[in-house]
Design a protein around this ligand. Sequence first.
Ligand code: C5P
Length: 399
Amino acid sequence: MQRLTNRQIVLGITGGIAAYKSAELTRLLKGAGADVQVVMTPAAVEFITPLTLQALSGNPVHLHLLDPEAEAGMGHIELAKWADMILIAPASADFMARLNSGHGNDLLSTLCLATEAPVVLAPAMNQAMWRDPQTQANATSLQTKGIRLLGPGVGEQACGDTGPGRMLDPLDIASQAAALFDRGLLTGKRVVITAGPTREALDPVRYISNHSSGKMGYALAEAAIDAGAQVTLISGPVNLPAPQRCQRVMVESAEQMLAASLENIDQCDIFIASAAVADYRPSAVAEHKLKKGKEEIMELHLIKNPDIVATVAALKNKPFTVGFAAETRDVVHYAQDKLTRKKLDLIIANDVSRSDIGFNSDDNAVTVVSHDQVQPLPLCSKRQLAAKLIDIIAAKQPR
Ligand code: C5P
């Protein structure tokens, strides 16, 4: 199971005997590709040692809300923002009650208040405690607030009772948590994404290129895969591993990127052009390495590259076509112009004059411009942004 690649999961552990199973759960989440930060309540520490969880998660365990040292490392708000999901297993009756009442009297409950990520609980308690009307009311109320409950299961309990309240097996929790990310918004759709820079050769050893890292395009590929799409990623040279469950085609030049795009465009439903394509290429590629001459100035002759996204948008059976616009001023105005000129369906505009976002950064803030809407999306990680963009693109698709 590699269904959690690059997912950032806060695993919350509360006080209950099932906490020993959280060690196995941590191992399974890590094995599925997730980055796991463990947060334990004071009661959880009575059942399992933080050292075990630290060894299995590969990260220091977070224990206290008001610990200056921990806050200097990854503070509670940072941790709340970092999380793609807060998964609490086991979730005790007391924790469910506190969460339902909006308490923030320990690190884990505070994280649940501060996060925008989904909060998922795997309840574990004695069957009588689970059946108690107050616990049942808390469970129902938490669900109406959008909190997901996995289980509990029914069976023999540590105390000797039999009934509902057993924490689900770690494998079931890991796989149900992974399934929550597979939102299926693009199930059955074929998506082609261009990413990264192009390299335009001058001679066998030199080229013209740019600083594009490919991070945004790769994040979009991951998000589209998670949404159930069949993804072809056409990538210029980047230092990023190929996403799982995706066909990656590596190219160098703009002409190769165009050829690969057209080869993969049949039955393509959505084309996303996130590549930073070189606008021009040397008019001729020297067969041998160019030698340094006596002259102080060397002139290069460049010719225009084909516009890949505009070529795709001009096709008779064009897919839903999404472009990017990197601008330094009048961002929305120029993006609207590009949207019309290139006959795109949607354009994602970013202000590259800002140093905190853009090319090599892990974060980005963009404005999504369509023919009838301008929607700013605030600064967040490229991965979180990619998920939002895929949601927006999916919403514009006929089902
Ligand atoms: O015209 P400009 O380069 O600003 O347009 C950016 C958008 O067009 C991006 O989506 C980029 O991937 C795409 N593009 C392209 N082929 C080119 C130049 C840009 O697909 N030759």
